[in-house]
Ligand binder design. Structure first.
Ligand SMILES: C[S@@+](CC[C@H](N)C(=O)[O-])C[C@H]1O[C@@H](n2cnc3c(N)ncnc32)[C@H](O)[C@@H]1O
Length: 188
């Protein structure tokens, strides 16, 4: 997908894909964080997920990474932006307390490498929040087929399969299903 040219669209309409239960899960995930944590939004785009997280806790330090500069240029000022891919994160080992992925995991071309990178940049006990579409549902499958048409990797998971994948990376996982969407709250 030509994300570099879609920044305006995602900035103004991206929030429509975030339902209330997803935002509640995100705030719940952030509950218990103090004010000193640093979080990384991978495939952040215009920073939509960080914007929602900021409404739950504006004291955290928010960092974003995305290959599309045309998306990042719409990020809010409090988000420190970096151009880069999930498969080769431009950060030192154990740099972050938490990682977010909002509708971005399925765009990664090499999920195994991306998850290895997530574990590398997370501190001991670090946490992961994922929001994505469930391939096992009608709407999830429709999005999958549409993205395939656009030549995207379309690496969509059914939640229980992703749970196993993340557990294989060393995470303890809580999965929340919301119709054709789901969230993951996980910790190392
Ligand atoms: C559907 S958008 C979601 C953006 C944002 N997280 C949100 O919730 O609005 C997917 C994002 O994943 C990014 N992306 C694609 N391939 C990526 C990769 N290999 N590593 C990191 N991000 C990637 C795209 O540039 C795009 O900004």
């Amino acid at each position: 997908m030509p994300f570099n040219n879609l920044g305006f669209v995602f900035k103004h309409f991206g929030s429509l894909v975030y339902s209330k239960p997803i935002l509640e899960d995100l705030c719940l995930f952030l509950h218990g964080f103090t004010d000193t944590e640093i979080v990384l939004d991978i495939g952040a785009g215009t920073g939509m997920m960080s914007e929602f997280a900021y409404r739950c806790n504006e004291k955290l330090k928010y960092v974003a990474v995305d290959p599309a500069e045309g998306m990042l240029k719409y990020a809010p000022a409090y988000l420190e932006t970096h151009v880069g891919e999930a498969e080769a994160l431009p950060f030192e080992d154990e740099s972050f307390d938490a990682v977010f992925m909002g509708e971005s995991l399925h765009h990664f071309h090499d999920i195994d490498t991306a998850l290895t990178e997530v574990v590398r940049v997370l501190k001991n006990g670090g946490r992961l929040f994922v929001y994505d579409f469930d391939k096992g549902t009608f709407l999830g499958k429709s999005v999958y087929l549409m993205e395939k048409l656009f030549g995207e990797p379309a690496n969509f998971y059914e939640p229980d399969v992703l749970k196993e994948v993340l557990e294989g990376c060393g995470f303890s996982v809580t999965m929340m299903k919301h119709g054709w969407r789901y969230t993951v709250s996980a910790s190392l």
